[in-house]
Ligand binder design. Sequence first.
Ligand SMILES: [Ca+2]
Ligand SMILES: [Ca+2]
Ligand SMILES: [Ca+2]
Ligand SMILES: [Ca+2]
Length: 322
Amino acid sequence: MSKLLKLAFLFLLTVSLTKAQPVPGADENIPNLITFGADAETSWGDANFCQIIFFTVPKNHTAPIYIQVYDPDCGGENDEIQGEWDTETSFSIYGGKGSCSSKDAQTLNLDGNYDEGTLLASKTFGNESEYDGKWYTFGPINPSEGEYLPEEGGHVFKVIVEGVSGDDGNMYQLYMSKSEQQQVEVEGGYAFYYKYTIRLHDNPKELSHIYPYINDSSIVSIKQTNFDWDRDGWIIVRSVATAGNMMKISGDDEWVSSVYQIKQEEYNTSLDIQMKKHPSGNIRNNNVVIYFENQYGELLKSYSVPIGGVPKYKGKPTAEEL
Ligand SMILES: [Ca+2]
Ligand SMILES: [Ca+2]
Ligand SMILES: [Ca+2]
Ligand SMILES: [Ca+2]
């Protein structure tokens, strides 16, 4: 990233971030994250039984923070049973040098040193009614225990969610809070990720979004890849320069990719990747994986709140667009 773009990025962060700490975020309108136990079938929608989410605390925030998980258990409400409840899921929080800058933490699978850094807190949950439909709080955590990354404007924490055993789907939400008991935003804090494994809405009227950020003027194209979409509707890219272009969607237990050419106006803006369900509403409990790469095969960051705000198309639709 050029120095100018970095400055613009930090400026956009400070002016645009509100409601930035629930994951999934309010603007994403995604019901839940999901991670299956390691013995699950991939055809149920989770390709590799892990999820990694990053949280940034701005440099000027020095009071303790908390990482909270809604419905961390796998059982009762909010979760997907296969046979009987027998799934264990671990939630682990890392900080310190290398935890977030490590290339292995920015890849798709739990390979190499993905867990580099200092383990600050970890807990494994099974089918435990005590945590069913409730928030669990990790912390207090001192912001300085995160990895300081100037390009992110503060200290960054890594949360690794891993389906240790069993075959059920654990649905949950994450939150970075400045309160131990409640969900209270850390002003200027935000969350990002390189890959999302999520549950889509059942209601076809709901429109979900993901907001990858085009941070670098050397990006000429992005490749989106999705898994197990079950041909459920459409994935559409919208931006300041594109009224709406289709991206390919996958079938059952299948990976599919398509390429989108980046336009100059899109540098230093977010793309709005819209996930529109098929209007029949026949496809329920749909779990999917999605990620984005630049032309060098590097994964792009998506932010739970779009950097610079939700992009608004500024031109007239042309023939090839929707
Ligand atoms: Ca089971
Ligand atoms: Ca539950
Ligand atoms: Ca759960
Ligand atoms: Ca699916």
